[in-house]
Design a protein around this ligand. Structure first.
Ligand code: HEM
Length: 452
């Protein structure tokens, strides 16, 4: 019997956290920092932050009500639109109502299981490119390798590998753009002008301008060439032009190019990094998965059967990793009208409802030993967790449109890497950081050793 492994998580306090702490110090940098123990037990919690009343939903029936049953009343929050608007405009992630529905219909086909199967060879090739320069025995930041691999994959699968999206310069700008997105949130909350005040916010603004300008250029070039190709961007432009007036179609093409470029790589790269961290601490799991991956990659079924079937143990580990470190640790909605939650709490127009996979996935009411790494909880012979209890990809009609893409991509990359390489912890403490997505603080430095 091996000792239960409790992977890293931020310290927890005993009492409620003061609101101001959300704007200064570690909690302002790390959204999952400083939650009190109580929050991992409660089904519901209410707090006021500046002029907003926030309902934190920690019980599956409450979540089902908001994301499914009465979802028409719950929109993407105004604050998120203010912060993300300069980068992703009114693309799929931030749009509501009819504009959202039309865009979802347009992009759904590009992310269907059949479409994802078609791009699996790209995932394999990117996995091999990423390790080409690795030297056995060296210590590397594998979080950076994961980001590069997922970024190349998005650039290749969605934008036919345009070099303006894959250069080192692009990589730096995009990382800064993402990092700077939530920096001016106090200004946004107070309704003040969104002037970048901190160095991080200024770097973010430069990165965001670079991304928008590059995608503007890309879309205009595609439009000038007739957008007759069959990659994601050309398909998107053609479908948008069939539905919207030319100028709106052009703007939505740029908004969605930015949306998919940003939403489509950072989350998956964080999932990869957290999985490698967990495995570096659990060598016996790593050896099991290496054997499974070697068998799958060498079989005639690779490339034909679904990766989830060929890599059942790796799939349980990925699911457990997404439970412990959901790359999107929270997502919110804002009430359009009045409502009554199933627990009897009244919701007023403008209230925020906040859904926290980070808290929900570690709730002591819902999980057995929630802080322990135990991939077997996802084994096929065990009962599946409830639909609204485990939501790394969200739930309801707005569930992540890239969930299948991300799962197949992550499993493919991990299979290639684990089959050939051993990832060894260096003894350095790993900590969590991030406001919008959750990643290892200061990267993930691991020793990589070639398996003989
Ligand atoms: C492990 C990887 C990923 C995770 C954990 C993740 C997580 C999520 C979550 C939680 C949502 C729902 C947010 C909400 O309801 O407010 C979401 C939405 C979305 N995701 Fe992902 N995502 C991942 C990968 C991807 C990929 C690979 C793509 C695209 C290539 C993508 C594109 C999107 C888009 C466009 C939406 C908005 C969908 C809509 O509102 O209709 N994501 N994602």
């Amino acid at each position: 019997m091996t000792k239960p492994f409790v992977p890293t998580h931020p310290p927890r306090g005993t009492g409620p956290v003061a609101t101001w702490r959300g704007f200064f110090g570690e909690r302002a940098r790390t959204s999952v920092h400083g939650w009190s123990e109580r929050m991992f037990e409660l089904p519901y919690y209410q707090r006021e932050v500046l002029r907003f009343r926030i309902h934190v939903l920690l019980d599956p029936p409450l979540i089902e009500h908001v994301v499914l049953t009465n979802q028409a009343n719950y929109l993407k929050p105004g604050l998120a639109k203010t912060l993300l608007g300069p980068v992703i405009g009114t693309g799929l992630l931030t749009a509501d109502g009819t504009l959202w529905r039309e865009q979802r219909k347009i992009v759904a086909a590009s992310f269907s299981p059949a479409a994802v199967e078609k791009v699996r060879p790209v995932f394999g090739a990117a996995s091999r490119t990423a390790v080409a320069e690795w030297r056995s025995g060296e210590v590397r930041d594998v979080a950076v390798d994961a980001t590069r691999a997922t970024m190349l994959i998005i650039a290749e699968t969605l934008f036919s590998a345009d070099p303006r999206l894959t250069s080192d310069e692009a990589l730096c700008h995009i990382a800064a753009a993402l990092d700077g997105i939530s920096e001016p949130r106090l200004q946004a909350l107070l309704g003040l002008p969104m002037v970048p005040l901190t160095p991080r916010a200024r770097r973010g603004a430069v990165g965001q301008r670079y991304l928008r300008a590059t995608l503007n250029q890309l879309v205009d070039e595609r439009l000038a060439a007739g957008a007759g190709g069959d990659d994601f961007l050309d398909t998107l432009i053609t479908a948008l032009r069939a539905k919207f007036a030319p100028e709106e179609a052009r703007r939505l093409a740029i908004d969605n190019a930015a949306t998919f470029y940003l939403a489509g790589h950072e989350t998956t790269s964080n999932a990869l990094a957290w999985t490698l961290y967990l495995l570096s601490e659990q060598p016996h799991w790593q050896d099991r998965l290496a054997a499974e991956a070697q068998g799958a990659l060498g079989s005639a079924e690779w490339g034909r059967a679904p990766v989830t079937t060929l890599l059942p143990q790796l799939h349980t580990v990925l699911q457990e990793s997404l439970r412990l470190y959901p790359p999107a640790p929270r997502f919110d909605r804002q009430a359009a009208g009045e409502d009554l939650l199933p627990n009897g709490e009244a919701v007023r127009p403008g209230d925020i409802v906040s859904i926290w996979p980070w808290l929900l996935h570690r709730s002591r009411r819902l999980w057995d030993q929630p802080d322990v790494f135990d991939p077997d909880r996802f084994a096929p012979d065990r009962p599946k967790p409830g639909r609204y209890q485990y939501l790394p990809f969200g739930a309801g009609p707005r569930i992540c449109v890239g969930a299948q893409f991300a799962t197949v991509e992550a499993l493919t990359i991990l299979a290639h890497w684990l089959a050939e390489w051993r990832f060894v912890a260096t003894g350095r403490r790993v900590e969590v950081t991030g406001l919008v997505t959750m990643r290892p603080k200061d990267g993930l430095r691991l020793r990589v050793e070639r398996r003989s």
